[in-house]
Design a binder for this molecule. Structure first.
Ligand code: MOS
Length: 739
């Protein structure tokens, strides 16, 4: 018998088969008649000016239609927009082909357009640029003298009590400097766009992004298009991790070319060009901690600087996490950014927390060592039912259970306090742990649900599924709510014309669109109940909605199968083709402003270190996650597994490396920008602890797309210390740092 697709059942992805069989089409794969191909030429210098662009050789390549540059591109309103340099997640102020100024290495300086991809690529190789170079800087360290705190972040730089005195008077302290390297998102699918030019003022844009309606809005504004003339589609997205929150520049270039040539065109970034779109900023963080003899924190003093571009201030919440998790009477936070000559960084999986909480949890491990305490006991000594920053209670917080169940699953008990005492053959063995913390958000989201006269349910929302399983969860929530088998449920998403949905980001989509669907399905359910009362008053007259059970395409009175009525018959009786409902979840209705809303977790790691070679293997990880109601344990598990893999990358491998002489990232390819491969991954284990939350949203669900990466790299770094006795305070911990 088929499993009922209710909430909490580990359903397979409903889009899994079309994805693995290649039938799911991605942005740069759509077939469009008379398609042109654009290949981007990237700047070879990091700062300066284009003096001349010689496009003659490129233009003489057979098949090349034109070479679009800042000199001949069409003028659209985009180029007249004010740029206040204040980063908004969704709106990219960088304007490709704006003028002759070069802001970063790899900046797009021309688009070669041809009737074949090969001709365009050949042409792109022949474009010759002459530059006037200016002095550039890509070193965060060297730009620290120019660090500044943008206005919007100043209120977070708080001072409470007296950190200096507490540091002086407390028995145990840590005062160290930590570092995280710049990272790039590197989803499998490259950023790509296919523009279909319809010739009647309408455009269809297949674009890789995390929100079709945001992309539509940005591009409509940039091109001065009338509302409704642009449709953006992103039904399948091959990973993004935040790189698709802002539409990437190839989409604008494709649109510019379509406007200029009145033709359809496709433009995709190369893997190398992916390193000139967006990245996780580099971070330098000084952390000063003090605790009492019982491990209770007496002081947290932190000063952090993240890199941004020289044309825009991108900020994150780097410092708030630790003080929020562990209240401290004395607190001093100083966060700032410093500009370097790169593209503007942006959100990458758990932005801010993956950086700031990771580095903080490395310092907490050192404090535990200083106090002679077990790292988990240190966290428990500072456990709080209130957010340590604003003193609010949580809507729910099952972190204690996560610590306990995670520790048990890992076998933490009996871990020696000292470093370097466990071994396996010639490898040193170490165990480390860290706390994970992330926000539990809901964004305003709408969904429309239609039940047709054949009993088929059609669910639509402009939501995106960037590979997380959103589409499956949408089907699951709908099928569960109306007791329908999955094959009767049809999901449509990734289309800017559908009901309003936000960017898929902040781990908020499953709870947001899921809640909207649950609300709309309840509406349909009530309509069906009303139809049952009308058509079968003898049986249904005195029933309430809560007495009704939906099962296998029928409804009945709970406990009375003989009352069963098929849903398709009820719809037919309505005299309509379909019953319809639309619902919107509005976070304002759920945010009482009196509670903190977070997901929590405990991450445990075992490493084995070959001390002669400096090679680290993460042999075991356990993540215990508290995230409310888990809608689909299978897709949720995949999210956490992906987070742990990315955490291993952050701890040991991922690093975008500049040659500062050229201001250029030299490992801009997947051969030299290392991400974990199968051989790097050993046992990853995880569990979800029971957490009831009736305040957070109608489903009681919190998101799981990001929580697992927070603290994962810290758990590994802490385990490396435990194995070797060596503290490496700069991530990734590559062998040169460890030897
Ligand atoms: Mo994300 S960094 O919430 O796309």
């Amino acid at each position: 018998m088929q499993q009922r697709p209710d909430i909490g059942v580990p359903l397979d992805r409903i889009d899994g088969v079309v994805k693995v069989t290649g039938r799911a089409h991605y942005a740069a794969e759509y077939e469009v008649d008379n398609l042109l191909y654009g290949v981007i030429v990237s700047s070879a210098i990091a700062r300066g000016r284009i003096v001349a662009l010689d496009t003659n050789a490129a233009c003489s390549v057979s098949g090349v239609v034109t070479v679009m540059t800042h000199e001949n591109r069409p003028h659209v309103p985009w180029f007249d927009m004010e740029n206040d340099g204040q980063a908004a997640n969704s709106k990219p102020p960088f304007r490709a082909l704006y003028n002759d100024e070069i802001l970063f290495s790899g900046q797009p300086i021309a688009l070669v357009v041809a009737t074949s991809f090969e001709a365009a690529r050949r042409g792109a190789m022949l474009v010759k640029a002459r530059y006037e170079t200016a002095a550039h800087n890509t070193s965060l360290e060297r730009s620290l003298g120019r660090r500044y705190t943008p206005e919007r972040k100043r209120e977070n730089n708080i001072t409470r009590g007296d950190v200096e005195t507490a540091l002086r008077e407390s028995p145990f302290t840590v005062q160290q400097r930590y570092h995280l390297a710049m990272e790039h998102h590197n989803p499998m699918e490259l950023h790509g766009s296919t523009v279909q030019f319809h010739g009647d003022g309408r455009y269809t844009l297949y674009d890789k992004n995390q929100g079709s309606q945001n992309a539509r809005q940005q591009i409509e504004q940039a091109f001065g298009l009338d509302s409704g003339t642009l449709t953006v589609l992103n039904p399948y997205v091959g990973g993004a991790f935040g790189s698709g929150l802002r539409p990437a520049y190839q989409g604008y270039l494709a649109m510019l070319a379509a406007v200029m040539l009145k033709r359809s065109i496709r433009v995709s970034l190369t893997r190398q060009q992916m390193f000139s779109h967006v990245h996780r900023p580099e971070c330098l963080q000084e952390i000063n901690l003090a605790c009492q003899p019982d491990g209770k924190l007496a002081a947290i003093g932190m000063r952090a600087t993240t890199s941004t571009s020289n044309y825009e201030a991108y900020t994150e919440n780097i410092l708030g996490w630790g003080p929020s998790a562990y209240p401290s009477p004395n607190l001093e936070l100083d966060y700032a950014v410093a500009g370097i000559d790169t593209p503007t960084p942006g959100n990458m999986r758990a932005p801010g927390a993956a950086t700031g909480m990771t580095l903080f949890e490395m310092a907490m491990d050192e404090l535990a060592q200083a106090a002679g305490m077990d790292p988990l006991a240190m966290r428990l000594a500072n456990y709080s039912d209130y957010d340590g920053l604003d003193n609010k209670p949580y809507t729910s917080k099952a972190l204690k259970q996560a610590y306990q169940e995670g520790a048990k699953r890992f076998g933490w008990e009996g871990r020696p306090l000292e470093a370097g005492v466990m071994a396996d053959g010639k490898e040193k063995v170490g165990w480390g742990m860290a706390t994970a913390l992330w926000e539990a958000l809901v964004f305003k989201t709408s969904a429309r649900v239609q039940l047709d006269h054949r009993g088929e349910l059609h669910v639509t929302s402009a939501a995106s599924d960037i590979g997380t399983g959103t589409c499956t969860i949408m089907a699951q929530v709908a099928a569960g709510a109306l007791g329908l088998p999955l094959r009767k449920v049809h999901i449509k998403l990734g289309d800017s014309r559908l009901p309003e949905a936000p960017l898929e980001g902040g781990s908020a989509m499953a709870a947001s669109v899921g809640s909207a669907i649950a609300m709309a399905c309840r509406d349909i359910g009530q309509q069906l109940h009303e139809l049952a009362r009308e058509s079968n008053p003898d049986t249904y007259a005195n029933t309430r909605y809560d007495d009704i059970l939906f099962h296998e395409g029928s409804l009945c009175i709970s406990g009375d199968p003989s009352s069963s009525m098929p849903l398709d018959e009820l719809v037919a009786r309505s005299g309509k083709d379909a019953l319809q409902a639309e619902a919107t979840i509005d976070p304002e209705d759920y945010d009482d402003d009196e509670h903190a809303r977070n997901t929590h977790g405990a991450i445990f790691a075992e490493v084995k270190v070959d001390e002669e070679l400096g090679v680290v293997r993460v042999t075991r990880m356990v993540a215990a996650i508290a995230a409310g109601n888990i809608l689909n344990p299978k897709t949720a598990r995949s999210q956490i597994l992906g987070c742990l893999v990315m955490g291993i990358g952050m701890a040991l491998q991922e690093e975008s490396m500049f040659d500062h002489r050229f201001g250029r990232i030299m490992n801009h390819n997947l051969a030299e920008y290392h991400i974990p491969s199968n051989a790097d991954i050993h046992t990853l284990d995880l569990l979800f602890v029971e957490e009831q939350d009736s305040r957070i949203n109608p489903l009681g669900a919190k998101g799981v797309g990001e929580i697992g990466i927070v603290g994962a790299a810290a758990a590994i770094a802490n385990a490396i210390w435990h194995a070797t006795g060596k503290r490496v305070r700069s991530l990734p911990i590559t062998l040169d740092k460890l030897l």
